[in-house]
Ligand binder design. Structure first.
Ligand SMILES: [Mg+2]
Length: 230
C-alpha cells in the first residue's frame, strides 16, 4: 500500500475486457435486418437509444435486455407486419453477444497481479448478474478480487452501499473505470477518488462531462498506467 489508500474498486466491461464493441456490432446486424427504406442507421440508433433510456430504469442492462429493446424498436419501425420469426431473429442477434470470446484489455492481468498484494481489490459492475458473473469466471481474473459485486445501476446510492459492505472510507478508496456516468461522477460525488481510463469505443449513453468532487481525479491512457500511481 502506498499513499494511505486501501481499496481499489474496479469496473469490468470496457475496463478489464472488451464489451461495447460487441453491442455495436449487434446493432449493425439489427439495422441490416430492419433494412429501413427511409431511416439512416444513425436515426434507427437514436430511436433505439430512446427505448433503452426508458427501459434501463426498470430492467437494467445486459445482452438479453438489449435484445428486448431491439425487439421493441423492430416492432415500432418495421415497415411490414412484424412476425415471431423476426422477433426471434432480433433476440438471436443479442444473445450472440454472450457467445463472443472474452478479450482482455492489454496488460490487465499483469497489472492486477501487481495491485493485488498491495490493495483490497473489488470488482464492481452493473448488469445482469448471471451474465456478469459468467464473464468474470471466463475471464480468469476472479482470483484477483476479494469480492465481485453486480448491481442494477451504479449511482451514488449503490456506491455508498458498496463502501459500507467493504468496510471502506471514501477517501481511502479509488474507483477505476471507463464510464463518466457510471464509474467516475457518482464515486467522486460521494467523496471517493477516481481513475478514469477512457475507452475509444465507449457506449455513447455512458458519456457525460466529468464533474469534479472532493476526491482526486486521475485520467489515464491505459489500464497498465495504474502501476505508475499505485
Ligand atoms: Mg465499463
Amino acid at each position: 500500500m502506498k499513499n494511505g489508500y486501501r481499496h481499489l474498486i474496479i469496473d469490468a466491461d470496457d475496463t478489464l475486457w472488451e464489451n461495447n464493441v460487441y453491442f455495436e456490432r449487434a446493432f449493425q446486424q439489427f439495422a441490416a435486418l430492419l433494412n429501413h427504406s427511409a431511416l439512416s442507421n444513425r436515426e434507427v440508433r437514436r430511436h433505439l437509444d430512446d427505448i433503452e433510456h426508458v427501459n434501463r430504469v426498470r430492467h437494467g442492462y445486459g445482452a438479453r435486455q438489449f435484445g428486448r429493446n431491439m425487439q421493441e424498436c423492430f416492432q415500432q419501425l418495421c415497415e411490414r407486419p412484424c412476425t415471431e420469426v423476426d422477433l426471434e431473429a432480433v433476440m438471436d442477434i443479442a444473445l450472440d453477444i454472450m457467445a463472443q470470446p472474452l478479450v482482455l484489455i492489454d496488460g490487465v492481468q499483469q497489472t492486477l497481479a501487481y495491485l493485488q498484494p498491495r490493495y483490497h481489490l473489488t470488482l464492481f459492475t452493473k448488469g445482469d448478474p448471471f451474465e456478469q458473473h459468467n464473464k468474470v469466471r471466463v475471464s480468469g481474473l476472479a482470483d484477483f478480487f476479494e469480492e465481485v459485486v453486480v448491481v442494477k445501476e451504479k449511482n451514488e446510492a449503490t456506491y455508498h452501499g458498496l463502501l459500507e459492505r467493504r468496510g471502506a472510507r471514501g477517501d481511502e478508496s479509488w474507483m477505476v473505470g471507463n464510464s463518466p456516468k457510471s464509474d467516475i461522477n457518482p464515486s467522486l460525488a460521494i467523496g471517493m477518488n477516481a481513475a478514469y481510463i477512457p475507452h475509444p469505443r465507449n457506449w455513447h449513453l455512458e458519456e457525460e462531462p466529468l464533474i469534479p468532487g472532493k476526491g482526486k481525479l486521475l485520467e489515464l491512457g491505459s489500464f497498465t498506467e495504474l502501476r505508475k500511481h499505485f
